[in-house]
Design a protein around this ligand. Structure first.
Ligand code: TYD
Ligand code: MG
Length: 448
């Protein structure tokens, strides 16, 4: 019988019986690659009849969680690692994924947990050297440099660890799957096998996954369906700060973030991220405003910077780093039409400092203020935080949890806050809270 070839999209995992130039599911061009299905096709039949339970008969127990001792990591997971869970940690090369999982593995091993660290990319010696650099070589941390998933499964059977780290899923392969390591088929099948190990034997597994240039995991949708938790490690190698963000979590909330700083001896938790992100803020410089973005339950103060310069040739340039480009263009149009700022012949550059990405609309007003401040070459007062979403009519719209944001600013010694007119409530003492109904009003308050 001829082998039925299928084509799988490397971006989203869509499969098609024939090759297509463009994936009909995710719209990516040239992303379909040939994959030969595994021999024998179907899955084995179950040996015993499946156990069906009445929902009221299922015992309830609080999920016991293994605390890793890395507070920021535990926080993102929702309080620690749930036994038998499959956690995927994605990130760009150099983000620090191996460093993070090494630290987690070492901490748990030092606490008496049996941990197997499977390195598919580096030799056992290299992994040991990293651990030495991190200043920890606990007994009970077992290393295995292996790519063959069958050998890894045998090692798990023999060693019976409570936690397994697989670094990375793109480097391991199943010999019975004909496609190359790192292909969607291999990644999916290997993750599927690890899922069976995790659920069948109650072993927690941390899987490291590389993201592509476009910021996606190879076969992300297939992988994200299989695992319990998906964490993304953000931040580039040029910045010290790293953000760990949950995008899926079966055992907790998805919007908590963890903040780390990469140092010479590994990742250090940043206990006071707002202070850290504002540490290098220039004094009395035009084009700088402080916003407060809510990340999960945690308010974060961040500096938004803007530079406005006359356009010399042709089309004005707009660049955005850490904020959405389209959002920036929209805010510029609002400033032009509703606040009378003539930006049409000016280049505008806007960024969030510290290498962070903000998608909280509450940062809108701060971005607009930073641009206006740069345009008028007039600095915003140093100790003021700017909070509010901007609408197309130039109105400042209410945002959630304003009090909490103002409280964070007060904690860091801010004296004034500009908030949407519609927000009320009790303000912390020592902060002058000024309400603005429109962008023009906010600019009048802040820039005169
Ligand atoms: P790594 O964890 O290997 O990244 P990934 O597995 O995501 O590809 O390391 C990322 C970078 O961090 C690497 O360039 C070296 C640097 N680094 C430090 O600055 N300090 C450290 O203690 C360690 C272990 C790495
Ligand atoms: Mg690595």
């Amino acid at each position: 019988m001829p082998v039925r070839v299928r084509y799988t999209c490397q971006t989203c995992g869509y499969t098609s019986p024939k090759w297509l130039g463009r994936c009909p599911d995710c719209g990516e061009w040239n992303s379909l690659v040939e994959e030969v299905p595994a021999e024998g096709g179907g899955r084995p039949r179950p040996a015993a009849p499946a156990e069906v339970l009445d929902v009221s008969q299922i015992p309830v127990e609080a999920e016991p969680r293994a605390s890793t001792g890395l507070g920021e990591f535990d926080r993102v997971l929702g309080g620690g690692i749930v036994p038998g869970s499959l956690v995927l940690i994605g990130g760009e090369p150099g983000a620090g994924k191996s460093t993070l999982v090494s630290q987690v593995a070492a901490r748990l091993a030092a606490g008496g947990t049996r941990v197997l660290y499977v390195s598919g990319e580096e030799s056992a010696r290299q992994t040991r050297m990293r651990l030495e650099r991190l200043g920890t070589l606990p007994a009970g941390l077992l290393l295995l440099a292996e790519n063959n998933l069958e050998a890894i499964q045998q090692a798990i059977e023999a060693q019976r660890p409570a936690l397994v780290v697989v670094d990375s899923i793109q480097a391991v392969y199943r010999p019975d799957v004909p496609s190359a390591p790192g292909s969607v088929g291999q990644v999916r099948e290997c993750t599927g096998s690890l899922l069976t190990v995790a659920k069948g034997q109650g072993i927690s597994i941390l899987i490291v996954g590389h993201v592509t240039k476009e910021g996606q995991l190879a076969g992300p949708r297939v992988l994200e369906h299989l695992v319990d938790t998906v964490l993304y490690f953000e931040g580039d190698r040029h910045h010290a700060y790293r953000i760990l963000r949950a995008t899926k979590n079966r055992f907790g909330s998805t919007n908590e973030i963890g903040v780390f700083e990469m140092g010479p001896h590994g990742l250090v938790e940043v206990a006071n991220p707002s202070a850290a992100f504002l540490a290098e803020r220039p004094a009395a410089a035009p084009g700088s405003a402080v916003v407060c973005a809510l990340e999960g339950t945690r308010p974060l103060l961040l500096e938004v910077q803007a530079l406005v310069a006359p356009t010399h040739f042709g089309m004005p340039r707009r660049t955005a780093a850490g904020i959405d480009y389209n959002r920036l263009v929209l805010l510029l149009a609002v400033l032009e039409k509703r606040a009378g700022l003539h930006l049409a012949m000016h280049d505008v550059y806007a960024s969030v400092t510290g290498g962070l990405t903000v998608d909280d609309p509450a940062a809108d007003l701060g971005v607009a203020v930073a641009v206006a401040s740069a345009f008028r070459d007039r600095a915003v007062e140093q100790q003021v935080v700017v909070i509010g979403e901007v609408g197309l009519a130039g109105e400042v719209r209410a945002v959630r949890q304003v009090q909490q944001r103002v409280r964070e600013a007060a904690r860091l010694g801010f004296r004034r806050a500009v908030v949407p007119r519609a927000s009320g409530g009790e303000w912390p003492p020592g902060v002058e809270v000024l309400a603005a109904a429109t962008v023009a009003e906010a600019l009048a308050i802040l820039l005169g």
